[in-house]
Design a protein around this ligand. Structure first.
Ligand code: APR
Ligand code: ZN
Length: 365
């Protein structure tokens, strides 16, 4: 079939809106009509050339839509089902899948810009076009692996559900799955964009006491208050580490870095009290490194954790997050600052880069 998509041909060039050919789903694959897709910073890393990925590529990994067609052997979804796209579809059989860490699945041998069989379903004039994280949802339609299309209750609006597929799962999951923040803990969240705001509301869900939000922009700190931050610190005014240590009488129990910047990872470490835990959620450019004083690790027993996709178990966690939203326990409406059409996607990314929005969503008819 033919459909419209946003294609990245070169880093630091605008996405090109054009017609692509999309093959039918093969065995074990699902065709999804995309209804909404979130504008996340992770795609922007690729647009800026900070992560090497094969181009051309259709970006987009925070999507939701309706199943149109299923390939042979698909049993977990059927046409008409509402689904959230899962950008870490997993094999179900490897060591990591079996121990309950599907985000770390290493059972699929092909790179995640192709379907499992190592080929693509996207083409233009005979040229192959790659699928960002096997989701490629900056497009009217996407073919995804069955494990990548997670059913969601049909009473949840899909323009909300799409955000569950990345920012909500990544931010809330970092707190509840990766760190398992205990009630009464003091928490700091550095970086209050789409993902960081969800770490803030994850801390609320977990019953944290002080929830300190840190950002450079006052509008982001206002969003953070709306999402449940008890205190805010503008890192542009003075020494944010000293402020947080002073406010908490020695540092927080959990520090979440949700930017992907080595300097703010170092700040997160500095904000942690002895025995505290640093959780790096933000994804840095590929070659960046940060520094930690080696002796301080044993002497203060701080823990340093990475969190990818909120340590998601997507087939359990995505429907659960949808329930929490539908039961009024998670804010998603408040995250959506703007909606755009696919044709306006470059403008949407300019607004993200300028820090104008909590999140914006691309909506399709
Ligand atoms: N100190 C404090 N805040 C900062 C700093 C800094 N040095 N630099 C940037 N920020 C803030 C921005 O003002 C913004 O509010 O970090 C926030 C980043 O949010 P978004 O741009 O909305 O990015 P988001 O989509 O939330 O992704 C954040 O998580 O999953 C990863 O790849 C993703 O690395 C990215 C990170
Ligand atoms: Zn994302």
């Amino acid at each position: 079939m033919e459909m419209t998509a946003a294609v990245l041909y070169e880093p630091n060039e605008p996405l090109v809106i054009e017609t692509l050919e999309l093959d039918d789903p093969k065995d074990g694959e699902v065709l999804v009509r995309i209804v909404a897709a979130g504008v996340c910073y992770s795609d922007y890393h690729v647009m800026k050339g900070e992560w090497t990925m094969p181009l051309p590529m259709v970006l987009g990994h925070e999507g939701a839509g309706v199943v149109e067609k299923v390939g042979a052997g698909v049993t977990r979804v059927k046409p008409g089902d509402h689904v959230i796209l899962n950008f870490r579809p997993n094999c179900g059989h490897c060591h990591y899948c079996v121990v309950g860490r599907p985000v770390l699945c290493d059972g699929i041998e092909t790179p995640r810009f192709f379907m499992y069989d190592g080929t693509v379903r996207l083409h233009r004039n005979g040229q192959d076009v790659h699928h960002m994280t096997r989701t490629a949802c900056f497009a009217e339609y996407a073919v995804v692996p069955e494990a990548g299309a997670v059913p969601v209750r049909s009473d949840m609006p899909l323009d909300r559900a799409c955000l569950v597929g990345c920012s909500v799962m990544t931010g809330v999951g970092a707190v509840t799955n990766t760190a398992r923040v205990a009630p009464g803990s003091n928490v700091v969240v550095i970086g209050c964009g789409g993902v960081g705001l969800n770490a803030v509301q994850g801390a609320v869900l977990a019953g944290a006491d002080r929830i300190i939000a840190v950002d450079l922009l006052d509008n982001k700190l206002e969003y953070a208050r709306e999402f449940g931050a008890t205190d805010v610190v503008n890192a542009g005014n003075g020494d944010a580490v000293a402020r947080v240590v002073e406010m908490t009488g020695g540092g927080v129990d959990y520090a979440f870095e949700v930017i992907g910047n080595p300097r703010t990872i170092e700040q997160a470490y500095g904000m942690c009290r002895p025995g505290g835990t640093v959780v790096v959620v933000g994804m840095a450019p590929e070659t960046d490194t940060f520094e930690v004083n080696a002796l301080s690790l044993p002497r203060t027993e701080r823990a340093l954790l990475g969190s990818w996709y909120g340590s998601a178990r997507p087939w359990v966690d995505l429907p659960k997050l949808a329930d929490l939203y539908m039961n009024g326990r998670l804010k998603i409406d408040e995250m959506i600052s703007r909606t755009y059409r696919l044709e306006e996607i470059n403008t949407a990314y300019d607004a993200l880069a300028a820090g104008e929005v909590a999140r914006s969503v691309i909506v399709f008819d």
